[in-house]
Write a protein that binds this ligand. Structure first.
Ligand code: ADP
Ligand code: ASP
Ligand code: MG
Length: 412
């Protein structure tokens, strides 16, 4: 029988009623003739609670135990979903990641899926089981420890299963009815897209649109998985969601596909760094050794052998970055006058494949922000995106103003 993957996010399994509702949807697809692999998240709020408990117990925690704790939220919903399906007389059972097994790297809290041998689940389908409910977000390292895939990782579990089982489609059920031109919680005029190209979705996700985990889009693109985002709250009819697909499958599109924002950004500046060959290598090696994810980088013009170096990273990594750079300073590997951190910034990005062939998008973006009196602190661009760092207090205003200026509420 053809296989379908259906993933239900935290709000879609937030309580027993919602689990029943989700199970009914699964029942419809079973009746349509599919063998279904259901990937579940933890109940909404659960993972945050577990992360909090780990931090309270042990500030410098052992990442292996962190994973053992935070993976547990998904175990509960997987079992409850299987029980609910059984109550509906649908043959189903639950699987934790290690049981499948979902084989991952040993990068705890940010593991990557390496392989999902399908035999175990396939043999159960052959015996008449119709639904395999799998706990999302988790796997097993080569050392036999529980791993997790990073926040939002159940999306990636879902796409990886769709690829491993050659599923007809991977449906991501969530609390919005598709991918929008901007986060609908920030921009009321945001419009749902019927289709979006993999590359645009990849940029939007990596720039802050958390509707899909970035890695899930990467995998879908690589393995040609038909990926759909849709609401678990709306009825079946007219709830087609958004299809993430190849550029060629999209007839018409705006130059700019969407605006993304990322709230938890910080900007750090090293003032008056001795400017000599190898200085950037020294700074960014120290940061990478400390596992700081550096995003944007700007170096000022050098004056009298000294320069300023600015970079951005997630807010929760500022402490690590400061420690690493101060240590390099003390060891005389790096010579700078001062390290200034600004933790009140946000990143706003416009994304669109159309930028490859149209000029003027950057100029328009900067003009719009200037009219609103918003100062740009750092800029980066790629072929299909432009990102700026601004004061966080202007984040919503910037998203809305850019959405208006690029007329994203209208179709091309
Ligand atoms: P789930 O728990 O189902 O995985 P998430 O909270 O991870 O759901 O992702 C869905 C959320 O993503 C939405 O509630 C929405 O606020 C946010 N979001 C951000 N950008 C977008 C966008 N461009 N389109 C749709 N949703 C977006
Ligand atoms: N429960 C995990 C999280 O909140 C994984 C997921 O929901 O995708 O990040
Ligand atoms: Mg999510």
């Amino acid at each position: 029988m053809p296989v379908l993957v259906m993933k239900f996010g935290g709000t879609s399994v937030a309580n027993l009623d919602r689990i029943r509702r989700a199970a009914k949807r699964v029942g419809v697809e079973v009746a349509n003739g599919y063998d279904v692999i259901v990937i579940v998240s933890a109940m909404s709020g659960k993972t945050n609670e577990l992360v909090g408990w780990v931090g309270e117990t042990s500030p410098m925690f052992d990442a292996r135990e962190y994973d053992a704790v935070v993976a547990s939220g998904e175990n509960v919903t997987a079992g409850l979903m299987a029980l609910t399906l059984q109550e509906m007389d649908i043959p189903a059972r639950s699987w934790q990641g290690w049981q499948v097994p979902v084989l991952t790297t040993s990068a705890h809290s940010a593991a990557r899926i390496e392989d999902i041998p399908p035999e175990n689940i396939m043999s159960k389908f052959d015996e008449g089981m119709r639904v395999a409910v799998v706990a999302g977000f988790q796997g097993r390292s080569p050392e036999g420890r529980i791993t997790t895939l990073g926040r939002g990782g159940s999306d990636t579990t879902a796409v990886a299963f769709a690829a491993a089982f050659g599923a007809e489609r991977c449906d991501i059920y969530t609390d919005v009815d598709g991918v929008y031109t901007a986060d609908p919680r920030v921009c009321s005029k945001a419009r749902k897209l019927d289709r979006i190209a993999f590359e645009e979705m990849l940029e939007l996700a990596s720039l802050g649109a958390k509707v899909l985990q970035t890695r899930s889009v990467e995998l879908a693109m690589r393995y040609k998985v038909r990926l759909r985002v849709l609401s678990s709250f709306e009825g079946q009819s007219g709830n087609a969601g958004t299809l993430v697909c190849d550029e060629e499958e999209i007839m018409e599109s705006n130059i700019v596909a969407g605006v993304a924002h990322s709230r938890d950004e910080a900007k750090l500046t090293l003032l008056s760094v001795a400017d000599r060959p190898g200085i950037a290598a020294t700074i960014f090696t120290a940061l990478s050794d400390a596992n700081v994810n550096v995003d944007m980088i700007v170096q000022n013009i050098s004056e009298e052998g000294r320069t300023d170096m600015t970079f951005s990273c997630p807010t929760d990594q500022v402490g690590r970055a400061e420690k690493a750079l101060d240590a390099a300073h003390e060891q005389d590997v790096l010579n700078f006058q001062e390290l200034v951190a600004d933790t009140e910034v946000a990143k706003i990005s416009v994304v669109g494949i159309g930028m490859r062939s149209h000029t003027g998008v950057a100029a328009k973006m900067f003009r719009v922000l200037s009219v609103e009196g918003i100062n740009i602190k750092v800029i980066t661009t790629s072929e299909i995106k432009i990102s700026v760092l601004i004061d966080r207090k202007y984040m919503e205003l910037a998203v809305q103003a850019l959405h208006d200026a690029f007329e994203l509420d209208k179709t091309a």
